[in-house]
Design a binder for this molecule. Structure first.
Ligand code: AP5
Ligand code: MG
Length: 192
């Protein structure tokens, strides 16, 4: 299955994808993790991306698409993958749809993790990632609202969106996601 998790910074995308990856036995692809690895390795992409990440802004689409497209076509993604943090803009979503369509496959479902801002801030303050500074965090939330939230409508129109309450324990949220994935599965079976 190909499942996308969408949610604001700190919504729990990474936490839930890690668990889901074990359940569905497909790789967890996090563009944030890929970028942080590129920054640590000091690659040209990493150096370019770091400027945007440190400012709480999205990295330009071409850099992200270049990074993800190879990974998506890797043999371990043949049976599916979990996309965490990609796509994040409508052009990225359109590119993803084109890439998959060329291989006669598609996104099976999109899960939105909805979490109120005060809880996101609480989670951010309890963590110590380089971009978890209150000012940068506000900009990351703004980027989400302006550039990523429109994807909810994009996937809603395709009938692929499940919105989930992201408040509660990680176990409770995992259970809600599992129910949605069962629904995606049944729908995929009906479509044949
Ligand atoms: P990215 O790494 O994707 O960061 P993000 O979207 O800001 O989200 P986070 O990783 O902070 O949160 P999460 O939803 O994964 O939550 P987590 O499970 O960690 O992106 C970083 C940057 O890279 C972007 O700002 C951008 O610059 C760039 N970038 C990445 N992808 C891009 C793209 N496609 N296009 C352009 N630019 C891109 O949980 C958060 C915390 O809460 C953790 O401490 C966790 O332990 C805790 N927690 C989790 N669940 C719960 C719970 N239920 N209750 C309490 N605490 C919880
Ligand atoms: Mg994450």
């Amino acid at each position: 299955m190909r499942i996308i998790l969408i949610g604001p910074p700190g919504a729990g995308k990474g936490t839930q994808c890690q668990r889901l990856s074990g359940l569905l036995r497909v790789p967890h692809l996090s563009t944030g993790e890929m970028l942080r690895a590129a920054v640590r390795a000091g690659t040209p992409e990493g150096l370019e991306a770091a400027r945007f990440m440190q400012a709480g802004q999205l990295v330009p689409d071409p850099l992200i698409v270049g990074m993800v497209s190879g990974r998506l076509m890797a043999p371990d993604c043949r049976d599916g993958c979990l996309l965490d943090g990609f796509p994040r803009t409508v052009p990225q979503a359109e590119t993803l749809d084109d890439m998959l369509e060329r291989r006669a496959i598609s996104v099976d479902g999109v899960i939105e993790l909805a979490v109120p801002r005060d809880e996101l801030v609480r989670r951010m303050l309890a963590r110590k990632r380089a971009d978890d500074d209150p000012e940068i965090f506000s900009r990351r939330i703004m980027s989400f609202e302006e550039q990523t939230a429109p994807l909810l409508e994009y996937y809603g129109r395709q009938g692929k969106l499940a919105s989930i309450d992201g408040l509660g324990t990680a176990d409770e949220i995992f259970e809600r996601i599992r129910v949605s994935i069962d629904r995606f599965r049944r729908r995929a079976r009906i479509r044949g």
